[in-house]
Design a protein around this ligand. Structure first.
Ligand SMILES: NC(=O)c1ccc[n+]([C@@H]2O[C@H](COP(=O)([O-])OP(=O)(O)OC[C@H]3O[C@@H](n4cnc5c(N)ncnc54)[C@H](OP(=O)(O)O)[C@@H]3O)[C@@H](O)[C@H]2O)c1
Length: 254
């Protein structure tokens, strides 16, 4: 039976992953800011689970939640998924976007670090465990109007790669998942077409399979993986011509 800690469990990908793991008999630690959404989810799942109404940018509170879950699981947590994340358009020449830029980097990158930190010692002692970073295809190249989001997600990829190398000898696997477009609250109001848009439960099935096999880096759906590979190969001059006028995510306070 898996013991799984998931941030961003109150909605979207985190919620779908929680449902996927619970259906397989897992015990879950469910974290997000909205306590009502977490309790409603926990009540709908088979098994007994712990809910933590915590802002992932509050590192001490996040660590306290992690320690409580580790104790609840008698010292052994198998999988940690850092799915909490936010997205909004940002423009550097709009000074008021700096706070949004910071909130995005704090939530998507630094909170991933803070989520993993408290679990490493017990995973090292057990000689096993999986830490799962949620990146994005938007982190493969810089997207216009989304500097904060693209930068935060490409940083998640490189951070998780560093961590993978650091922890490999201790039996801890680091899995990076880069979703394409998945139907959640985050994509509900995107004012552009979203190729290969996938349902969250279909994503969760594939993500759970990638986590179980300890895949180092997976793009879901696979079609976006092909697009991501091509994007990476394009010379800047070609990429710039194609991406310059791409539709942009609206700017907003987060
Ligand atoms: N959907 C996609 O197409 C897509 C594509 C690529 C990457 N992603 C990534 O997938 C992850 C999940 O996104 P989603 O699509 O599931 O979005 P979502 O439905 O908006 O869910 C975001 C989750 O993050 C939590 N969260 C946000 N800020 C938080 C904070 N400060 N403290 C604690 N929890 C916080 C939210 O919970 P509360 O509001 O309750 O705090 C919610 O549970 C994100 O990292 C996102 O960047 C999504």
């Amino acid at each position: 039976m898996d013991r799984v800690f998931i941030t961003g469990a109150s909605s979207g990908l985190g919620r779908a992953l929680a449902q996927q793991y619970a259906a397989r008999g897992a015990t879950l630690g469910l974290l997000g800011r909205r306590e009502d959404a977490l309790r409603e989810l926990a009540g709908s799942l088979p098994g007994a689970h712990r809910c933590y109404a915590v802002d992932v940018r509050d590192r001490p509170a996040l660590h306290a939640a992690a320690q409580d879950f580790i104790a609840f699981c008698q010292g052994r947590v198998d999988v940690v998924v850092a799915s909490a994340g936010i997205s909004a358009g940002t423009l550097t020449d709009h000074g008021e976007d700096y706070d949004v830029f910071k909130a995005i980097v704090d939530t998507n990158l630094l909170a991933t670090v803070a989520t993993f930190e408290p679990f490493i010692a017990s995973m090292r002692a057990a000689g096993s465990g999986r830490l799962v970073g949620i990146a994005s295809v938007a982190g493969v190249r810089g997207l216009p109007g989304a500097g904060a989001y693209s930068a935060s997600k490409s940083a998640v990829v490189t951070y998780c790669e560093s961590l993978r190398l650091e922890l490999a000898a201790q039996g801890i696997q680091v899995v990076t998942i880069a979703p394409g477009y998945i139907k959640t609250a985050m994509t509900a109001h995107n004012p552009y077409s979203m190729p290969f848009l996938m349902e969250a439960d279909a994503f969760a099935k594939r993500a759970q399979a990638a986590i179980s096999r300890g895949a180092s880096y997976t793009v879901i759906p696979w079609q976006m993986g092909v697009v991501a590979k091509l994007m990476r190969l394009l010379p800047n001059a070609v990429y710039d011509r194609l991406a310059r006028n791409a539709p942009r995510k609206p700017r907003k306070a987060v």
